[in-house]
Design a protein around this ligand. Structure first.
Ligand code: SF4
Length: 745
């Protein structure tokens, strides 16, 4: 279909776009010492990258290959040998290394310990490590210990076993990476629809009338989604993007596994609506205002299946266009174009990412998207759905397994009644008070009240706002345990008393195989894959339970599983919608909990059986005079793991400050000029990159931009940090004569 070609030049030679073929050669070279194992991981394992979900290199949506550059970059973490323990004997030189260089040193070989005042780590046995940790936990108040689980390929079985072990220790202080990504989506979806996950399947994208991406750049973060969109475009689907930046890779993409697209690229998104940062609610209210005024709603659906519309209607009608335009950054004519696009669609899927959730109004942003979908009845029908797209392979299952400070397994709220239910089921006393979220844990540490922190993967200094303050918080914790496959910078933070490193297995090394849950709620079995092993690395689920048995020997028989199969059996008994997980035994086995579509037939799991509109107010953002709105974005990276200094999609360097040409001209700036962003929380030095970002908004890379994030700014329910809600003033720090040439790839 030449009308969809992005460029007549074969392979887009000379165009700005990632070279996915180069990534294949790179992966072969990087894994050349264990190519057969690397191949087996790709061929048999479930991808440990984003949560799109695979079985080997196949999926359930399209025929042909499912493989992307993120997975190829992550492969080495699974195949590399152990690091030389001697490098950790003195950590001073390591402290100045970049995180990616630390990871590149190799797998953690054995348990290690570092005491206060010591220059580095020394080897200890698992027995010594677990005895020391158990003794400390026994001597601590349960509310002063904390467990954090990242998503680094972590499977459902590990999340489930860990949360059970932690609750046996007497606390709900366990949280996972979902806290900083889609926690607001879960709150809003549950309140509005009674479900906490994507309502449709990926197949609904292909051939539907319209797909809209809100604050989501799947080209970078879930690349195979672009293949789905390629097929969707060929089937006549329109694709729109609502985002401050006109993401180049969302506009044109070269799908490497399809000959036509690999050769000529494909025009994917044809409609862009460039809201300003924090302008989504105003834009969506404006859209509804047009649709209400024009009678472009699905009145039957609203009347028969929803509640709360009149309140929303009166709020939207009260808002003036002047207010809406000022708050959204989009004028009423463009907003009308979007309203017409939505109105003309019989079926549509709305997809959103961190651009929506990482705000103090994260839950309300999601409600505003749900409102628009409900206004047209885009739920519970084929080709329709709401999709909070997940960026990490473990996060969907992590919270559903209950590895979360605010919910028990199955998403049940933490309260007396549910604590009693789980106490009876598990045979030990389950605490009834909600635990601390991750930001709250760091506050407790700063008050010197946290006694033990166990961090399974993750790097708080990279992920949490205000890295310096976060580092200070870590330094106050008497015992820190870091359980991981590779080194991270937080492991090297000076001990208050003791730091212990524990080596973990990857998901492909766990005997009995494991499962993950994808964005479309597909629970997928990933088998154990034969290959080289790190002798002393242990499966994380086993370690958590052994710790709990040591602390609570009286409950030892209740804190043991024969293997991952036994964990899956208990998950099926504990979480009704995971019934079926016990039947997953070999590569390719999977099931979608809830079926291909949630809310089918417009039946909602709310108290009144209806879907609920929510009249959300416009966020009150006070911007100091002359300040820019600043949002953090990702480049060539996987979540906080940076892979390249330059993003091949945008040509932005890691310190790039993406700026609209009008703003640049007003300030006399050119691409390459050095600038400094300031606010009350920090200073960020970067280089201007003139780019199609909306006026008044700047974009900087995450996690580097975290120095500008207000550590206290969080959404009210999910407590997600506001990574996309920064204001900062800007000054130029180089003279015209010092201008550097703009970097071209
Ligand atoms: S799109 Fe996501 S699931 Fe698919 S291969 Fe890439 S990282 Fe893995």
């Amino acid at each position: 279909m030449p009308e969809l070609w992005a460029s007549p030049k074969p392979f887009g030679i000379g165009e700005q776009h990632p070279n996915n073929f180069w990534e294949v050669f790179r992966a072969i070279w990087e894994n050349r010492d264990s190519l057969d194992y690397a191949y087996r991981i790709l061929d048999q394992g479930v991808c440990d990258g984003c949560a799109l979900g695979t079985s080997g290199i196949k999926d359930w949506t399209v025929t042909g290959l499912h493989l992307c550059n993120i997975r190829l970059r992550l492969l080495r973490l699974n195949t590399m040998p152990a690091l030389d323990g001697e490098v950790l004997e003195n950590v001073k030189a390591l402290q100045s290394q970049r995180s990616r260089d630390l990871r590149g040193l190799g797998r953690i070989p054995y348990p290690m310990i570092r005491r206060r005042g010591e220059p580095g780590f020394r080897r200890i046995s698992w027995e010594e490590a677990l005895t020391l940790i158990a003794d400390r936990i026994r001597a601590s108040q349960p509310e002063h210990i904390y467990f954090y689980m990242t998503s680094r390929g972590v499977p459902n079985e590990t999340y489930y076993a860990a949360q059970k072990a932690v609750r046996a220790l007497g606390t709900n202080n366990i949280d996972n990476a979902a806290r900083v990504c889609h926690s607001p989506s879960t709150f809003a979806l549950k309140a509005a629809l009674g479900v906490g996950a994507t309502t449709c399947s990926y197949t609904d994208l292909v051939g539907t009338d319209l797909v809209v991406f809100f604050g989501s750049n799947v080209a970078n973060n879930q690349p195979v989604m672009m293949k789905y969109l390629y097929y969707a475009r060929k089937a006549g689907t329109k694709v729109a993007v609502v985002n401050p930046y006109r993401e180049p890779a969302m506009e044109r993409y070269w799908v490497p596994s399809d000959v036509e697209s690999a050769l000529f690229g494909t025009k994917i998104a044809e409609h862009f609506f460039q809201v300003q940062a924090s302008g989504d609610i105003a834009f969506l209210h404006g859209t509804l205002k047009h649709m209400i005024g024009e009678g472009w709603l699905n009145d039957d659906f609203i009347r028969n299946h929803t509640a709360g519309f009149e309140e929303l209607r009166s709020l939207v009608e009260r808002l003036s266009w002047e207010e809406l335009e000022a708050a959204s950054g989009v004028n009423r004519e463009q907003t009308r174009d979007f309203a017409r696009l939505v109105a003309n669609a019989e079926r549509a899927v709305f997809v959103w990412g961190m651009g929506i959730t990482q705000h103090t109004c994260g839950e309300d942003n999601v409600h505003a998207i749900i409102n628009l979908a409900l206004a047209k009845g885009f739920v519970g029908r084929e080709g329709c759905g709401l999709m909070p797209i997940r960026g990490h392979s473990g996060v969907q299952g992590g919270a559903e397994m209950g590895a979360y400070a605010t919910v028990f397994p199955g998403g049940l709220p933490i309260n007396e009644e549910n604590a009693a239910k789980f106490s009876q089921q598990w045979g030990f006393t389950v605490p009834k008070k909600p635990g601390l979220t991750t930001p709250e844990m760091l506050e407790l540490a700063l008050q010197r009240e946290l006694e033990v922190l166990w961090s399974m993967g993750g790097d708080f200094r990279e992920v949490m706002p205000d890295p310096e303050l976060t580092g200070s918080a870590l330094k106050t914790i008497p015992l820190r345990v870091h359980q991981d496959i590779v080194l991270s910078s937080q492991m090297l933070v000076e001990p208050d008393d003791t730091v212990i490193l524990l080596p973990s297995t990857t998901r492909y090394e766990i005997p009995g195989g494991v499962t993950e849950t994808s964005t479309e709620r597909r629970v997928i079995f990933s088998p154990e894959i034969p290959g080289p092993r790190i002798d002393e690395a242990r499966s994380e689920w086993e370690v958590f339970l052994e710790l709990a048995r040591r602390v609570r020997p009286e409950w030892a028989d209740k804190l043991a599983f024969a293997g991952t199969e036994a964990i899956r059996e208990e998950i099926a008994r504990t979480i009704p919608f995971y019934d079926g997980i016990q039947n997953l035994k070999k590569k390719g086995d999977s099931f979608q909990y809830g079926g291909p579509m949630l809310c089918a037939g417009q039946k909602f799991s709310t108290a009144d059986g209806k879907a609920h509109f929510k009249a959300v107010n416009l966020p009150q953002i006070s911007l100091p005079a002359g300040a820019f709105r600043v949002v953090t974005r990702r480049g060539k990276q996987f979540n906080s793991m940076v892979h390249e200094d330059i993003d091949a999609s945008t040509a932005a360097t890691r310190d790039g400050v993406l700026m609209n040409p009008l703003d640049a001209r007003r300030l006399g700036l050119l691409s390459g000029d050095h600038v400094r962003l300031h606010n009350d929380f920090g200073t960020y030095d970067g280089k201007v990159l003139v780019a199609p970002v909306t006026t008044g908004t700047l974009e900087v890379h995450w996690p580097e931009g975290n120095v500008l994030v207000d550590p206290k700014a969080r959404s009210p329910l999910a407590k997600i940090p506001a990574y996309k809600e920064i204001s900062a003033t800007l000054e130029r720090t180089n003279g015209a004569e010092q201008r550097e040439p703009v970097l071209k790839l």
